[in-house]
Design a protein around this ligand. Structure first.
Ligand code: FE2
Length: 186
């Protein structure tokens, strides 16, 4: 099945020494995005295969080369197009996967894009709220921020993502958000 093949490929890329996000990125970020994107997809009636393919591949360009981080959404969409074309995936579906990847960095509201884009972009934001240990690792170890700068980056990121989530996404993580919000203020 194509989803399994893509997930396994991405898992291998995450284990590679060139993955600057660290090997935990697969379990602590990509798997979390996939899980919440599929959960939202079930609630909203999205195409779950499109959602899951996009979730596994949405950060792939930056996993392969951290230097492209500022434009990783567009580049990951390009990589996904190529990989799915090579595997004979239908062109119309490839474009939907690519759209989800290209727009994943900010939560999309219902009616402002494909339902699948809503799911992946909201799940990406959710993952940055519910996995504070990984995101501390990311900001202090991977990005090398100083204490105040990193703390404020996390506070700002969690607060802005929470506000931007669709109500269906917010209701999935209400408890975790309340706990993380308290911890980040300490
Ligand atoms: Fe992501």
């Amino acid at each position: 099945m194509i989803v399994d093949e893509i997930r396994d490929y991405v898992a291998g890329e995450c284990k590679s020494g060139r993955n600057a996000f660290g090997p935990a990125f697969f379990d602590e970020h990509l798997s979390v995005v996939a899980r919440y994107a599929v959960e939202l997809g079930g609630t909203l009636g999205a195409d779950l295969e499109i959602v899951e393919l996009a979730a596994w591949m949405h950060d792939l360009s930056a996993v392969q080369d951290f230097a492209v981080l500022p434009k990783h959404a567009a580049l990951s969409a390009e990589i996904a197009r190529k990989m799915l074309q090579e595997r004979g995936y239908p062109a119309e579906r490839i474009e939907r996967v690519a759209a989800c990847i290209a727009s994943h960095s900010t939560p999309i509201q219902i009616g402002s894009g494909l339902l699948e884009e809503v799911c992946v972009s909201n799940a990406d934001a959710i993952s940055q709220i519910v996995k504070p240990s990984y995101w501390h690792y990311y900001i202090f170890k991977v990005r090398g921020f100083g204490f105040t700068e990193g703390r404020d980056w996390l506070r700002q990121r969690v607060a802005s993502h929470w506000v931007a989530l669709i109500p269906e996404a917010r209701s999935l993580i209400e408890t975790q958000y309340a706990q993380v919000e308290v911890c980040l203020k300490l």
